[in-house]
Write a protein that binds this ligand. Structure first.
Ligand code: ADP
Ligand code: MG
Ligand code: MG
Length: 871
C-alpha cells in the first residue's frame, strides 16, 4: 500500500515534488517550530492516480485522508462535523512550482446550518460565524461546483446597498444571515439540490476539485507559458482554520522579506484588519502597509519580524509569506521563495552574496534566465516623458515602460495584439481568466488591488509593466471608456504606463532601450566563468550586431542575407535578376548588387571587430521579392523594357503551391549559381578589406542553407570556392575561409556523415527542422496548435520550445554522424530555440560549440548556459 497522505510533521522542504511547494514548506515550518495551523497533505501522486483512475479518488487514498483527519482532530481537540466543537479546515492546492492564482483555496470547510449556530454561540461572535459560513458557501460553490461568483457578489452588493454600507465589514450578523439564506437558495436553484451539509462530503468534493483544477484551461495556459510539465500533478493540503475575521484584533496579510520590485532589503507587505484569505489580494478594500502593524499590534509585529528573518535565513532567499492574526495571535500560513522582477532578482542575488549567505554559483542558479528579458525592456525617452501629460498615479506594481491602445477585456486585448497593435489592458481588477490578454498586453492598468494583487503578481512574472489600484479612475466597461485626470479615454485611445513610478500618461510616449547596470554585469561575469557553450547572435545589420556585442555576443551565428535585398534602392535590382531570362542578364543584374552586399558585410564585420560571423546565403523563395503593387510592376516593366503583361506572367510563373518546400535555399544556387557566386565575391572582398583596414583576422564562414544531400552541397560549394580563390588571387590574399551548412532538413540529419565530408561546420536551423519534422508550417501552425494544447496532445509550441524527443533526436544523430566523419566539426544552433533556456540546456548536453539567438536573448542564453554547466 502506498503512502498518499502526510501529516505536516512528517514532511519537509525537500519533499516538494511529492507534497507540492506549499505542502513541503508548511511541513518545513512545522519542523522549525513556527506557529503553523496543523494539517496534512495529499500527495501529487494521488492527483496523478486520480486521473489514472478516470477521475476518481480510490478507496485506499480516501481511507488515508480520513485517518489523517482523525489525527488532526485529536491534535486540535475538535471534531470534524461535530455539533459541539466543530473542526473547520481549509483545502489548499499546491504544485511543485508555484502557479499563482491558478487554483483557488476553500476556507471554513466543515460548516453547515447546525454547526454555524454552535460556532456562533461558542465564539460569542455570531457576526464572525455567519461571515465564515457565507464565505464558505461562496467558495465551495465557485471552486467545487463552478457556480459563477457573480451570483454571490451580486447578492452581497445588493444587501450592502440596501443597508447603505460600503464594506462587507460593515454588515451585521443579521445582514449576513440574510445573505446566507439567499446564497443557499441560489445554490439550490442552480444546482437542483440543497447546499451539502455533510462535512465529509464537502471535504472529498473539495479535494477532487483541486485535482480537477490541475487541468483547467487557465492552468494549461500557465503551464505552457512557464514550461511546467502536465504530468506533475498538484498536491492538496488540508489545514485547521485560524480566523482573521473575528474582529478588529484580527487580520490577514502578505509580506516579502525584501522588495520584490527593486530587491531593496527590508520588510515589504500589506495586511487587512478583520479579513480572511484572499481579501488582501482581491483588492476589496485597500490594505495597510505592514509597517502600520508595528503601531497597531507591536507584539505581533515583533514576533512577525523574528519569524520573517528566521525564514529568510533558513531558506537563504527572499521569502513571500502569508499570515493571519486571530485575536492578536500570529499564525503563518505559507512561505515560499518570492517571485520578483529581474532587477530585484539581480539585486537580491548580489546582496545575498555580499552578505555571505550564498555563493556566486548559487546566485547564478537562482536567477531565472528567462526573466533577464525584463531588464532589457524599454524605458521612456526622457524628453518625450517630460512633455507627456500625467493623467494619474497609482501603485507601481511591475516596472517597465509601456505605451499602447486601451482595451477593456482580455479578449479584445488579445485580438488587437494579434492584429499587430500595441495594447494596454485596463481592468477593474484582473483574474486568472485574463491571463492570455495580460500576456498580449504591453502594459496593464487596474482600478483595484494592491502591490500583491493578481495583476501585480502575474505582471511581474511576465515582465509586463503594470500599475494597480488606481482608484481615481471612473470606468464604464459597457461604454468602453474611463475618466481620469479630467480626460475621457475610450477604447483604442493611446495611453502610456510607467510601471516603475506608477504614473499614467496621456498618449503614445516614445520608449527606448533599457540601461543595464552593475548587478547585471556582475552576474553575467559569474555566468561567463562557468559556461561551456559559446553564445552568438542572429543579426543582419551592423546596428543589431553592435547591440548584441554589448549584450555579450561572441559572434554571429546567423547573418541572413535576404533582408538586405528589401531596401528600396536594391529591390529593383533583385527583381531584375529574378526576371532575367538569360545568364548574362542575370549576371549583369547581380553585379549591380555586389557593391551593396559588400558594404553590408563590411559594416557587420566592423561592428563585430574580428569576432566570427557566419553568413548564410540567399534562402527564401524568389517570389517573396516580386512586386505585387501595380505601380511597382509598371516600374519594373519599364526598367526591363517589357510589357506589364509580360512582367505579370513572369511573376505568376514563380507562384508555388508550397513555398516552404519549394524553390528556395541552396536550390536557388543550384539553378542560378551566379547568385552564390555574387554573394561569395561580396563576402570575400569585404573580409579581406576589413582585415587589411582594421588589422583583424576574420575567417569568413559561408553557410549554405537547406541542404539535404552531399552532392547538392558539393555543387554549390564548387562555385563558392571558384570565386573565393579568384578573389584571393586578385587581392593577393591568403585569407582562410570556411564553408558549412545548415542542418534543417531531416534527410541532412540522417545523412550527416556524408554531408560532413563537404561541410566544415553544421548549424542546426531548428525552425525549419522543426517544421519539416512535424510536417506543419510555422506560418499555419498557430491556427490549430491551440486545439492541440487544449486536448493535451502537445504541451507547448515546438517552435519556441525545442521538441527534444523528436527534433532533438535528429540533432543528436547528426552530431554523432557528423563528428564520426569530421572530429573537429564545428557545431551550433541558430533557430529561435537558441535563446530558450530549456533548449540551451539541451544544446549543452549534446556538446554543441555554441548557440545563436536574437540580440536581446543573448544574456538569457549566457545565463542558461552557465546554469546548464552547473547542473
Ligand atoms: P494561494 O495558493 O492562491 O495563495 P492559499 O492556499 O495560500 O492560496 O490560500 C489563500 C489564503 O487563504 C491564504 O493566504 C490564507 O490567508 C488563507 N488560508 C488558507 N488556509 C488557511 C487556514 N487554514 N486558516 C486561515 N486562513 C487560511
Ligand atoms: Mg489564490
Ligand atoms: Mg497563498
Amino acid at each position: 500500500m502506498g503512502k498518499w497522505v502526510y501529516l505536516f510533521k512528517e514532511g519537509n522542504a525537500d519533499m516538494r515534488n511529492l507534497l507540492g511547494g506549499k505542502g513541503a514548506n508548511l511541513a518545513e515550518m512545522t519542523n522549525l517550530g513556527l506557529p503553523i495551523p496543523q494539517g496534512f497533505t495529499v500527495t501529487t501522486e494521488a492527483c496523478i492516480d486520480y486521473y489514472d483512475q478516470g477521475k476518481m479518488i480510490k478507496e485506499e487514498i480516501q481511507m488515508q485522508i480520513f485517518e489523517a483527519l482523525a489525527k488532526l482532530e485529536e491534535q486540535q481537540g475538535k471534531k470534524f462535523g461535530d455539533n459541539d466543537n466543530p473542526l473547520l479546515v481549509s483545502v489548499r492546492s499546491g504544485a511543485r512550482a508555484s502557479m499563482p492564482g491558478m487554483m483557488d483555496t476553500i476556507l471554513n470547510l466543515g460548516l453547515n446550518d447546525v454547526s454555524v449556530e454552535v460556532f456562533a454561540k461558542k465564539t460569542g461572535n455570531p457576526r464572525f460565524a455567519y461571515d465564515s459560513y457565507r464565505r464558505f458557501i461562496q467558495m465551495f460553490s465557485d471552486v467545487v461546483m463552478e457556480l459563477s461568483k457573480t451570483f454571490f457578489e451580486g447578492i452581497l452588493d445588493e444587501i450592502k446597498e440596501k443597508k447603505g454600507v460600503q464594506y462587507d465589514t460593515d454588515l451585521t450578523a443579521e445582514d449576513l444571515r440574510e445573505i446566507i439564506v439567499r446564497y443557499k437558495s441560489v445554490y439550490k436553484e442552480k444546482m437542483g439540490e440543497e447546499f451539502p451539509q455533510e462535512p465529509k462530503v464537502q471535504l472529498m468534493e473539495a479535494v477532487k476539485a483541486v485535482f480537477r483544477s490541475w487541468d483547467n484551461p487557465r492552468a494549461i495556459v500557465y503551464r505552457r507559458m512557464n514550461d511546467i510539465p502536465g504530468d506533475w500533478g498538484t498536491a492538496v493540503s488540508v489545514q485547521a482554520m485560524v480566523f482573521g475575521n473575528t474582529g478588529n484584533k484580527s487580520g490577514t496579510g502578505v509580506a516579502f522579506t525584501r522588495n520584490p520590485s527593486t530587491g531593496e532589503k527590508g520588510i515589504y507587505g500589506e495586511y487587512l484588519i478583520n479579513a480572511q484569505g484572499e481579501d488582501v489580494v482581491a483588492g476589496i478594500r485597500t490594505p495597510l502597509p505592514i509597517k502600520r502593524l508595528e503601531e497597531d499590534m507591536p507584539n505581533v509585529f515583533k514576533q512577525f519580524m523574528e519569524i520573517a528573518n528566521k525564514l529568510e535565513n533558513h531558506y537563504r532567499d527572499m521569502q513571500d509569506m502569508e499570515f493571519t492574526i486571530e485575536d492578536e495571535k500570529l499564525f503563518f500560513l505559507q512561505t515560499r521563495n518570492g517571485k520578483r522582477t529581474a532587477p530585484a532578482a539581480l539585486q537580491i542575488a548580489c546582496d545575498l552574496v555580499d552578505e555571505g549567505k550564498i555563493t556566486p554559483i548559487e546566485a547564478i542558479k537562482r536567477i531565472e534566465a528567462k526573466s533577464l528579458d525584463q531588464l532589457l525592456h524599454p524605458m521612456f525617452v526622457v524628453k518625450a516623458l517630460q512633455e507627456g501629460k500625467v493623467l494619474g498615479h497609482a501603485l507601481p506594481a511591475s516596472p517597465g515602460a509601456a505605451a499602447g491602445k486601451v482595451y477593456f477585456t482580455a479578449e479584445a486585448a488579445k485580438e488587437h495584439h494579434n492584429a499587430g497593435e500595441r495594447v494596454i489592458l485596463v481592468r477593474l481588477e484582473t483574474s486568472p481568466e485574463d491571463i492570455e490578454g495580460m500576456h498580449a498586453a504591453e502594459g496593464i492598468l487596474t482600478v483595484r488591488g494592491g502591490m500583491t494583487s493578481h495583476a501585480a503578481v502575474v505582471a511581474r512574472g511576465m515582465g509586463t509593466a503594470c500599475i494597480s489600484g488606481c482608484g481615481e479612475i471612473k470606468i464604464d466597461e459597457a461604454a468602453k471608456l474611463f475618466e481620469l485626470g479630467g480626460e475621457i479615454i475610450s477604447e483604442g485611445d493611446y495611453i502610456s504606463l510607467d510601471g516603475s513610478t506608477g504614473k499614467i500618461y496621456l498618449g503614445d510616449i516614445q520608449t527606448e532601450e533599457a540601461q543595464i547596470g552593475g548587478n547585471f554585469e556582475r552576474i553575467m561575469a559569474w555566468a561567463d566563468e562557468y559556461r561551456k557553450l559559446k553564445v552568438r547572435t542572429n543579426a543582419d545589420t551592423p546596428a543589431d550586431a553592435a547591440n548584441a556585442v554589448k549584450l555579450g555576443a561572441e559572434g554571429i551565428g546567423l547573418c541572413r542575407t535576404e533582408h538586405m535585398f528589401f531596401e528600396p534602392d536594391r529591390i529593383p535590382k533583385i527583381r531584375q535578376m529574378i526576371l532575367s531570362t538569360t545568364e548574362e542578364e542575370r549576371i549583369k543584374a547581380l553585379s549591380g548588387l555586389i557593391p551593396y552586399q559588400k558594404q553590408d558585410f563590411k559594416g557587420i564585420y566592423e561592428a563585430m571587430e574580428g569576432r566570427p560571423v557566419t553568413i548564410r546565403f540567399l534562402d527564401p523563395p524568389l517570389h517573396e521579392f516580386v512586386p505585387t503593387e501595380e505601380k511597382d510592376i509598371e516600374e519594373l516593366a519599364k526598367r526591363m523594357e517589357l510589357t506589364v503583361k509580360q512582367v505579370k506572367k513572369a511573376c505568376d510563373e514563380l507562384h508555388e503551391f508550397n513555398p516552404m518546400m519549394g524553390h528556395r535555399g541552396c536550390r536557388l544556387a543550384v539553378t542560378y549559381p551566379e547568385i552564390a557566386k555574387m554573394q561569395t565575391r561580396a563576402v570575400m572582398e569585404a573580409a579581406i578589406e576589413v582585415n587589411n583596414e582594421r588589422g583583424f583576422h576574420i575567417e569568413p564562414e559561408i553557410m549554405i542553407p537547406l541542404v539535404g544531400e552531399k552532392k547538392e552541397l558539393k555543387f554549390v560549394k564548387d562555385s563558392v570556392i571558384e570565386v573565393a580563390e579568384k578573389v584571393k588571387k586578385e587581392y593577393g590574399s591568403n585569407i582562410i575561409y570556411h564553408i558549412g551548412t545548415m542542418i534543417e532538413i531531416p534527410r541532412a540529419a540522417l545523412l550527416a556523415n556524408e554531408i560532413a565530408e563537404e561541410a566544415e561546420f553544421f548549424s542546426f536551423g531548428t525552425n525549419d527542422l522543426t517544421q519539416m519534422t512535424f510536417g506543419f508550417s510555422r506560418d499555419d501552425a498557430g491556427k490549430f496548435l491551440d486545439a492541440y494544447y487544449k486536448s493535451k496532445i502537445y504541451e507547448s509550441d515546438p517552435f519556441s520550445k525545442l521538441d527534444q524527443n523528436g527534433v532533438g533526436q535528429l540533432i543528436e544523430m547528426a552530431i554523432k554522424k557528423g563528428r564520426a566523419t569530421r572530429p573537429d566539426l564545428h557545431l551550433g544552433i541558430c533557430g529561435e530555440h537558441g535563446g530558450d533556456p530549456a533548449s540551451v540546456e539541451f544544446c549543452h548536453k549534446l556538446g554543441l560549440d555554441y548557440v545563436s539567438c536574437s540580440p536581446f536573448r543573448v544574456p538569457i542564453a549566457r545565463l542558461a548556459a552557465a546554469q546548464a554547466a552547473l547542473k
